[in-house]
Design a protein around this ligand. Sequence first.
Ligand SMILES: [Zn+2]
Ligand SMILES: [Zn+2]
Length: 327
Amino acid sequence: MVDAKGLYCRPGGFHIDPYAGAKRAVITHGHSDHARPGHERVLATAETLAVMKTRLGSVGTRGTQAVKYGEKLQIGEVTVTLVPAGHVLGSAQVLIEWKGSRVVVSGDYKRSADPTCPPFELLPCHLFITEATFALPVFQHGNAREEVGKLLKSRAQFPERAHVVGVYNLGKCQRLIAVLREAGYERSIYLHGALQECCSLYETFGVRLGPLKPATGTAREEMKGEIVLAPPTAIADRWSRRLPDPVTAFASGWMRIRARARQQAIELPLVISDHADWNELTATIAETDAEEVWVTHGREDALLHHIQSTGRKGRALALIGREDEDQ
Ligand SMILES: [Zn+2]
Ligand SMILES: [Zn+2]
């Protein structure tokens, strides 16, 4: 059910990703629209708890509990299991089992490969509560390796220019670096200061990112022909003027919309997203074989229509405050 603090599991007595301070919160992942401050007890993967500590300072006024993927916990009358969601480091779906029925809360998820986190695991269930960030047929994300190939090709074409890529701080940044490494790119990658902390955190959990250097303080000449990562807000701003004739790129699911790329003056749009696109959302719903599907944040109308057309019950959850930190 949904109450003033968001999604609530009554027989378990806990909220999932609540937006106001809750007594007991299960957190799917560290993005700010899911991991908010002020809860009393917080249960999440160790990775998510570490992200929350880094970003919020302290987590859980009355304590935290780190849970491993696949570990079954009894909470109140229900059994809770966290299962990989393939979205970012530590991201989890929440499986709730109660009196023979299975509910899965997806959190944010994707089905495509990501070298920085374990892949999404499909869970058959009766009720599937799904995200819907890119829930329109127009959203079809690119293959991350091919998109990174475009970046490397542009770099070869313009060896005198820096390539500055807008990336979200948690997830996209590290995934882009890891995919560059998979493609054999071994040079130092330059980072805006705001990205450093999350990269270090990923490395603490064993994700290898290769040589990284701070962009600030590096001579302009040295960054000719190099790849520089920065938060999306920094690429159009004074910050990027220090770079030699930068090619501006942006790695986001939104880059599928050309008008949006043009409006933001993005020369090189890279359609890489950490969310499921339309095909992944509809395929996942079918594969869970859920009789009922609830849709959380995003553009739910088209998805609800699709759900009903496949003979399932659909419902839109009016959850507030789900903003796009992380597309
Ligand atoms: Zn997210
Ligand atoms: Zn989200």
